[in-house]
Design a protein. Structure first.
Length: 160
């Protein structure tokens, strides 16, 4: 199954200047639980936003740069090529950024969204989720607290 996973504001904001615009420790924990042990597909800028590769995951990086070779990564040049590099009977996670999500949408079976309740200035956005194509099957509100400045909701969508 191909799963897109993202934290997204109410205005579909993902981030600004290659960084998230919020800090949600429980969302990081959930991301780690869901993606550990799996292939993760991302664009070059998303990969470069990490201090180091994420442990216990196989990184596939999509780039237009022909000579890009970070250690320990599988380098490809399209979403189709990235998907072909993944095992057939395992969950694969698309982790960003905005352009990669847009390209991956037609290939995806499931979307795991952390909907951050707020509007944020951003330069990267998640594509619109078409309710005619996607069905919300799970929703769990997480109220703000001392570690989380914003309310957020875990949402799971599956293709109809």
């Amino acid at each position: 199954m191909i799963v897109m996973i993202a934290a997204v504001a109410e205005n579909n904001a993902l981030g600004k200047d290659n960084e998230l615009v919020w800090h949600l420790p429980n969302d990081f924990k959930r991301f780690k639980e869901l993606t550990s042990g799996h292939y993760i597909i991302m664009g070059r800028k998303t990969f470069e936003s990490f201090p180091k590769p994420l442990p216990n995951r196989t990184h596939i990086v999509i780039t237009r740069q022909l000579n890009y070779q970070p250690a320990g990564c599988i380098i490809v040049h399209s979403i189709e090529e990235a998907i072909k590099k993944c095992p057939k009977n395992e969950d694969v996670f698309i982790i960003g950024g905005g352009e990669i999500y847009k390209q991956a949408l037609p290939f995806s079976d499931k979307i795991e969204i952390t909907k951050v309740h707020g509007q944020f200035e951003a330069d990267a956005f998640f594509p619109e989720i078409n309710k005619k194509v996607w069905k919300l099957v799970q929703s769990e509100l997480q109220p703000k607290d001392e570690k989380h400045l914003y309310d957020f909701t875990y949402q799971t969508f599956v293709k109809k």
